[in-house]
Design a protein around this ligand. Structure first.
Ligand SMILES: C[S@@+](CC[C@H](N)C(=O)[O-])C[C@H]1O[C@@H](n2cnc3c(N)ncnc32)[C@H](O)[C@@H]1O
Length: 551
């Protein structure tokens, strides 16, 4: 298989996450000929610390024109699940949505972006090698399960290849190095490939999204109402769905019940209109936990509404509470014009206000807005890998620093073998949940603190002893340069880097191991292993656990 030029790979893989709106302060920008990899910043884009120039400016023989029609072959998948395609005998990279490895097709160049272009598929000439029937009828529209029609083995191969290319081209680890194959571990598959998500958020809307072939249909009023998932690229159009194969069966029962009842003109709650900012129902969030006594699923239903009018929800609450697995019905009231599902006020409409879940033998109380790993089954596998990498001796003598600790789950699972765990997290509610979870599990050797790790100064590090092990589990933008410099100075014997974005992960381990050349800072870590884990089958997401040891 031909290699993708490294300058194009940097472009493709360090762009923004596909499902999240990114504020201008966290953009990852590039110039066209001389890409700049930028860091997640703190609103101060002038800080030259945040930039790193790459030097590869390999010339390209072929430059397609806009609207040019080309015969292409898809070679692999890039971040966001876009197909990485090539014209025969050319190194130029073209990206295509819904193109899968091995597929040959005719495409039209829709956009040119410096060293790569985007194409729209016009016609498949020969399908990809690993075609399977997508079990979900919405798979080709909803944008969530981009690779459901690719065999699971092929999905895993594509993810593994993506991590490998990034480690080589962005992380600058040579695959000619005899240790390389020992460092690069094969991807850990997920045994449960459907119904694995414990949380799904659906939106109510006044504009139903229709596929091209149905666009001629004129829908008015109630017929245009929808409850489902945002169509890719639209903030105002909703793909109506009555089930999602990624969420639990009881969650699908609830979704079907709401679908059957919410548009009843007698009951009357209207969906929120994101243009006129009128209407009531904004989101339906379904969370699946587990009853610790019976080991059966327990479900929380959260209605996000624009105002507090419980009488409007009453008929729906009556129908849903009759489903035996439902133990909690919540109402988050969000009066802002934004699209977030977190309310300024929260009310319990039925049952309790939390559900429970267990992870590595600990119990967690999850409220409507708490963060919890979305695939509980695979989180067990991920956390076991983290524990193995951390390799705590178990004599309660070691200090663990848990950066980006969220609700404390990683730190709490390590606490039984550690002397003390210090966790840092920016969201105050998550820190409060971490304290609550520690108490609930009778753990007293943890300290969780609120702080923005993108804004650390020279005082950071004065509130905890030198750690033996650092766990770092940042969001997609990865670690800020300030934090990387701090870690290079701190010189903890071990870093376990947990990442949900292999591109920024490769960039950060490059700095930790090889240094920050532009600033004459030396690296001091050796990459011992990088373990991709498939947490989300059928989607483009890849998790990695990396072990770094002080040289
Ligand atoms: C990928 S989650 C990991 C959470 C946790 N380690 C777990 O496994 O559940 C990343 C966490 O980093 C937090 N975070 C994001 N940016 C941050 C920042 N600048 N400073 C501190 N925490 C941040 C997020 O709120 C989120 O809880």
């Amino acid at each position: 298989m031909a290699t993708i030029p490294s300058h194009a790979l940097r472009h493709l893989t360090l762009t923004r996450p596909w499902f999240r709106k990114i504020s201008c302060t966290t953009s990852l920008a590039f110039s066209s000929q001389d890409p700049l990899l930028t860091y997640p910043d703190n609103g101060n884009n002038n800080d030259t610390d945040h930039t790193k120039k790459t030097t590869n400016s390999k010339s390209q023989a072929f430059f397609p024109k806009k609207n040019q029609v080309l015969e292409l072959e898809c070679e692999s998948l890039a971040f966001k699940g876009k197909g990485v395609c090539k014209v025969a005998d050319s190194g130029f990279v073209l990206l295509c949505d819904n193109a899968l490895p091995g597929e040959r097709f005719i495409g039209r160049v829709s956009r040119k972006k410096g060293s790569y272009a985007e194409v729209t598929k016009l016609k498949t000439l020969s399908p990809h090698r690993d075609l399977v029937d997508a079990p979900c009828g919405y798979a080709s529209y909803c944008g969530g399960c981009k690779t459901q029609n690719l065999s699971y083995e092929a999905q895993l191969r594509a993810k593994e290849q993506q991590v490998r290319e990034l480690v080589i081209h962005v992380g600058k680890f040579s695959d000619k190095n005899p240790d390389f194959e020992c460092i690069m571990k094969p991807i850990v598959p997920c045994d449960v490939q459907f119904h694995y998500r414990n949380k799904m958020e659906f939106s109510f809307g006044t504009q139903k999204w229709l596929p091209k072939e149905l666009l001629h249909e004129k829908l008015d009023g109630i017929d245009n109402y929808a409850l489902g998932l945002h169509a890719p690229g639209y903030f105002d159009k909703i793909l109506n769905v009555d089930k999602c194969l990624l969420q639990s069966e009881p969650a699908n029962k609830i979704l079907a019940t709401v679908q059957d009842n919410w548009k009843d003109p007698e009951l009357g709650p209207s969906p929120y209109n994101v243009h006129s900012h009128t209407g009531f129902l904004k989101h339906l969030v379904l969370r699946t936990g587990r009853d610790m006594k019976t080991d059966l699923p327990e479900l929380m239903v959260n209605f996000v509404t624009s105002s507090y009018k419980p009488e409007m929800l009453k008929p729906l609450v009556e129908k849903i509470s009759a489903i035996p697995e439902v133990v909690s019905i919540m109402n988050n009231v969000n009066t802002s014009v934004g699209n977030t599902s977190v309310g300024e006020e929260e009310y319990t409409l039925y049952g309790k206000s939390t559900i429970t879940e267990s992870l590595r033998g600990l119990t967690f109380q999850i409220s409507a807005n708490s963060f919890f790993q979305t695939n509980t089954h695979q989180a067990e596998v991920l956390y076991k890998l983290i524990e193995d990498c951390a390799g705590l001796r178990g004599d309660a003598s070691e200090i663990v620093l848990d950066l980006f600790c969220g609700t404390g789950t990683i730190g709490l699972t390590l606490a039984k073998k550690a002397k003390h765990v210090y966790g840092y997290e920016v969201v105050a509610q998550a820190v409060a949940d971490a304290h609550r979870n520690a108490k609930l599990n009778g753990i007293s050797n943890t300290t969780f603190l609120q702080g923005d790790l993108n804004k650390i100064d020279e005082n950071f590090g004065k509130h905890f002893p030198k750690p033996d092990i650092v766990i770092s589990d940042p969001n997609r933008p990865g670690m800020h340069m300030k934090l990387i410099k701090f870690l290079l100075k701190l010189k903890a014997p071990k870093i376990v880097y947990v990442s949900c974005n292999p591109a920024t992960c490769a960039r950060d381990i490059d700095y930790l191991c090889h240094g920050v050349m532009e600033q004459n800072i030396k690296g001091c870590y050796k990459l011992k292993s990088i373990q991709p884990v498939d947490m989300f089958p059928h989607t483009p997401h890849i998790e990695c656990v990396c072990l770094l040891e002080l040289c």
